[in-house]
Design a protein around this ligand. Structure first.
Ligand SMILES: Cc1ncc(COP(=O)(O)O)c(C=O)c1O
Length: 414
């Protein structure tokens, strides 16, 4: 599979709209089977390490057998056996050709953009993106690398995406459902627009995960993942990944990861392999609990508004139902009295924890306007729907009645 030509002899990756990714060899296996088997066959494991569970190889270097014959893997900054097993599993779950992991989801995004864009290029996205992604797009890349980011004014309208793309556009990037406002982008419609300009489409699949949404089947070319969230599922891992054509993945590996070295550690890759085995079970339960909580909040007099695509009142409810198997575990809601109301409610919660992440087995709340999206201007926050009274809730795997009781007692104090 791996092109062992030295990195400096390889051509940079170029998007080829005609060159469809080949069907994966394991495409006929079910999702849950792949979540358990892809990337590791116990019958193929070395005699000395024979194991039912994928072994963990914490070594950061790999000995040469003979002079000048480069071993594969050679050094932990580019590849390790444990990370390779996880990369194969994630590629399989996303229906992609190949995958490269990174130290975090934000690092994975940085590596991707740094690899494909040059000064004078642009990337088209919207304000419906996670906070660190917005920061990279709004200041880090434009100011330090002269890569412009264009935020489409009406992400629900494919023409709005079309109008921003030109001959210097290297990527169209959507996050759906988005963090924190759960905006749903029509992946197939935006893929058609991007492909008409011969530009690849990146979909951030962090909030839905491949258990609920398969962007490649809808026309996406590249997938961004924060492993930190639902994929790992319990706040023990920081990691990210890019899934896409093998030539792109190897371009990132040999021209960015190799020199920057912000890699995911083998222990965390190994832990993620264990957690992925239960991904679809967890996502189904997260979704059921979030639906129950969203309906409770939507009916509560102290709540002004709820963002959750499982509610018929969500503007893209029908699109989400078409595009996703279930609506996931993330929602957000606006309380009366803006920031003061949000602070009072969050301080009154007893079971639900106030912390900065989502996708954990335990329910977490967070205040986007002051924590993750504080770099946006007030006008941008207003355009993205990030009200001062908005609270993001990552609904966990608890018994739902206990979550409702905690929210009810906290809301009753407002
Ligand atoms: C949708 C989405 N993608 C990517 C990331 C980046 O993940 P990480 O925290 O692993 O850097 C986040 C983080 O919040 C996110 O919400």
């Amino acid at each position: 599979m791996h092109d062992e030509k030295p990195f400096f002899m390889r051509d940079p990756w170029r998007f080829d709209p005609e060159g469809l990714q080949p069907l994966r060899a394991d495409a006929d296996l079910g999702f849950d089977t792949r979540a358990l088997h892809a990337g590791f066959d116990p019958r193929g494991s070395l005699e000395a390490f024979r194991s039912f569970v994928p072994p963990i190889t914490p070594s950061m270097t790999f000995p040469y057998e003979t002079f000048a014959k480069i071993p594969c893997p050679v050094y932990g900054r580019t590849r390790t056996p444990t990370n390779s097993a996880l990369e194969e599993r994630l590629a399989s779950l996303e229906d992609g050709e190949a995958c490269i992991t990174a130290g975090s989801g934000s690092q994975a995004l940085f590596n991707l953009i740094f690899t494909i864009a040059r000064p004078g290029d642009n990337i088209v996205t919207s304000l419906n993106v996670f906070g660190e992604g917005y920061k990279q797009a709004a200041s880090i890349f434009p100011e330090r690398c002269q890569v412009e980011f264009r935020f489409v004014p009406d992400p629900a309208d494919p023409n709005s995406w079309d109008a921003q793309i030109d001959a210097h556009t290297k990527l169209v990037w959507v996050e759906t459902p988005s963090n924190p406002c759960l905006f749903i982008t029509d992946i197939a419609a935006v893929a058609a627009v991007a492909h008409a300009h011969a530009v690849p489409l990146l979909v951030d699949n962090t909030t839905a995960t491949a258990a609920l949404q398969r962007p490649m089947d809808l026309g996406a070319d590249i997938i961004l993942l924060s492993i930190t969230k639902f994929l790992a599922g319990n706040a023990t891992v920081l990691g990210g990944a890019v899934v896409g054509p093998e030539a792109l993945v190897e371009d990132i590996r040999w021209n960015t990861t190799e020199f920057v070295g912000a890699v995911m550690q083998p222990l965390e890759a190994w832990l993620t392999m264990q957690y992925l085995e239960t991904l679809s079970l967890r996502m189904a339960r997260h979704s059921r609990n979030a639906q129950t909580v969203a309906e409770f909040l939507a009916a509560h007099p102290k709540v002004r508004h709820v963002n959750y695509s499982g509610l018929p009142s969500h503007p893209q409810h029908a699109l989400a139902a078409r595009q996703m198997k279930a609506h996931g575990g993330l929602l957000s809601f606006v309380v009366h009295d803006g920031m003061a109301g949000a602070a009072q409610l969050m301080n009154a919660l007893k079971l639900i924890v106030h912390a900065v992440t989502f996708g954990t087995s335990r329910t977490i709340c967070m205040h986007p306007a002051t924590i993750t999206h504080e770099h946006m201007t007030p006008q941008e926050r207003a355009a993205a729907g990030i009200d001062d009274g908005l609270i993001r809730l990552s609904v966990g795997l608890e018994d739902p009645q206990d979550l409702l009781a905690d929210l009810d007692q906290a809301l009753s104090g407002l």
